[in-house]
Design a protein around this ligand. Sequence first.
Ligand code: CTP
Ligand code: CA
Length: 224
Amino acid sequence: EKDVFSKLPLKGKKVLITAGPTYEAIDPVRFIGNHSSGKMGFAIAKTAANLGAEVYLISGPSHQQIKHSLIHRINVVSAEEMYAEAHNYFKDVDIAILSAAVADYKPKNVVDQKIKKKDASLTIELAPTKDILASLGAIKKQQFLVGFALETNNELENAKNKIKRKNLDAIVLNSLRDKGAGFATNTNKITIIDKDFNEKPFNLKSKNEVAKDIINEIIIKLHA
Ligand code: CTP
Ligand code: CA
């Protein structure tokens, strides 16, 4: 049966999305970052909002722009800030999709003066950042929790390990072996794996189309 909301399947739902890279400060003028554009996460945010969801989009430094009455953008810089904001919103959401390319390591000590050019080599000691996705998996209740995995080898096995290790409901696997997948591109090729290890491969598509596939899968799983 159809109801008046049938075109807005996410009306009344709250969705948390992380997107973009994080920047980890070395000194006041330098950082460790990565080439994530934020495109995938922003496309997911737009798709979810267009289907009626209230979206909390926590974004690292990104040139992406977005304007939608249902999207609340929260800008962060570092993994530590993204962790804090993600935990801020997680308790109240129905769905969390963590697409950000979070730095795995940060400089152990942030120097408060610009590091001067001096010796023939420079060593910067790194310490691990907190795993935001795993930390949410460890406290999850009603939330449908989706992670991403970017892999270059043993893709399916690595992605499945992440589902278990981080207590996820599903993972979106990007293989860098697939042409047209990755950071700077407008296209992506994904496989969605659920917590029972069912694999669903998709064709190479625009990131907007991929976002629709991801949201569609989540809606199907929520209704199952
Ligand atoms: N992630 C996160 N916090 C981190 C690192 C990763 O929330 N500090 C999330 C990413 O947003 C993504 C998922 O974890 O949804 C997997 O990221 P990925 O880099 O593929 O996996 P890692 O667990 O960091 O392992 P590795 O980089 O060694 O493959
Ligand atoms: Ca990583």
